[in-house]
Design a binder for this molecule. Structure first.
Ligand code: C2E
Ligand code: MG
Ligand code: MG
Ligand code: MG
Length: 282
């Protein structure tokens, strides 16, 4: 026992591991300060229906550090989740998103959009979450019916009963849910109907070679057929090429998202580009 503990401690003080642990805790302190200093900013990526009409947007958070560097969520969401900071961060993202929805009200173009916000399973696990969402909706006067929460398949690994109940409470407030990155994680088709979902997002790894890989096309078509049977909308993410766009449009997707159609951009730029009175609007 003592011997194995000794080895464990010796490993912990391995300089490489110590450096990694130091980086982690510096990053965590940075995250905490960043939250206090409002360094987390919203980017928005447009979503279009197959006829090319703007129908929605996804909110993607970025961390603008004091040195001006913009950090992508892949580099901090994991730590925010493991440190618990995802709760205040997620709350801020949701509040800023609801403020945008309220601001867009009445605009002929922006006023109709659905806004999708990514939510971590840790947020949904919090019993206070539905009340907190209600408070945010009341405070911002955002139209709840235009708010879509994106969850990943990691909900399937959790306490399904609790999460489903909490989701139903939120649906009662008018919100809807979409399942992100479908097909990459804990996909179990049986679980799909246990949750109140209105949309599936086909992961971009399937979209990537849909037009070239003889297997990817049929898989995407099967996912779309499944979604249609379950009366779910289907959003394809990561559309980069015209050949992918036309394949997906022909196959019955409800909406498309990707660099081909529009990259994520600061929310102010999104508003200028797409508002009915905006400069970039045709
Ligand atoms: P996601 O929700 O699946 O978001 C789509 C990601 O694909 C985004 O990466 C987006 O910038 C990227 N993307 C969009 N179009 C294309 C394309 O045509 N090609 C390729 N290769 N990529 C494309 P991003 O912004 O780096 O976000 C990564 C992930 O971080 C998101 O994946 C989401 O899971 C998470 N995330 C972002 N914002 C939040 C947030 O506010 N809260 C939480 N909990 N997670 C977030
Ligand atoms: Mg998403
Ligand atoms: Mg996704
Ligand atoms: Mg993803």
């Amino acid at each position: 026992r003592a011997k194995s503990d000794g080895r464990h401690i010796a490993r912990f003080f391995d300089p490489g591991m110590q450096a990694a642990a130091d980086r982690q805790s510096a990053l965590e302190t940075g995250l905490r300060d960043g939250l206090a200093r409002q360094q987390f900013v919203l980017f928005c990526q447009p979503q279009f229906d197959v006829r090319g009409q703007l129908v929605g947007a996804e909110v993607l958070v970025r961390w603008r550090r004091e040195n001006g560097v913009l950090v992508a969520p892949g580099d901090f969401i994991g730590l925010a989740e493991s440190s618990g900071l995802i709760l205040p961060l997620g709350q801020q993202v949701l509040e800023d998103s609801c403020n945008a929805l309220a601001r867009w009200r009445g605009d002929r173009s922006l006023g109709k959009l659905k806004l999708a916000v990514n939510v971590s399973v840790q947020q949904l696990r919090d019993p206070e979450f539905p009340e907190e969402v209600a408070r945010i909706l009341a405070r911002t006067k955002a139209p709840a019916g235009q708010l879509l929460l994106e969850l990943t398949e990691s909900i399937f690994a959790d306490d399904k009963q609790d999460l489903a109940e909490r989701m139903h409470m939120l649906c009662g407030q008018g919100l809807r849910f979409s399942l992100d990155d479908f097909g990459t994680g804990y996909s179990s088709l049986a679980y799909l109907k246990q949750f109140p979902l209105t949309a599936l997002k086909i992961d971009r790894s399937f979209v990537h070679d849909v037009h070239v890989d003889p297997n990817a096309g049929p898989i995407v078509k099967a996912i779309i057929a499944l979604a249609q049977q379950l009366k779910l909308e289907i959003v394809a993410e990561g559309v980069e090429h015209e050949a992918q766009r036309s394949f997906l449009a022909r196959s019955g997707c409800s909406a498309l998202q990707g660099y081909l159609l529009g990259a994520p951009m600061p929310i102010a730029q999104f508003e200028t580009l797409y508002s009915a009175s905006g400069i970039g609007h045709a």
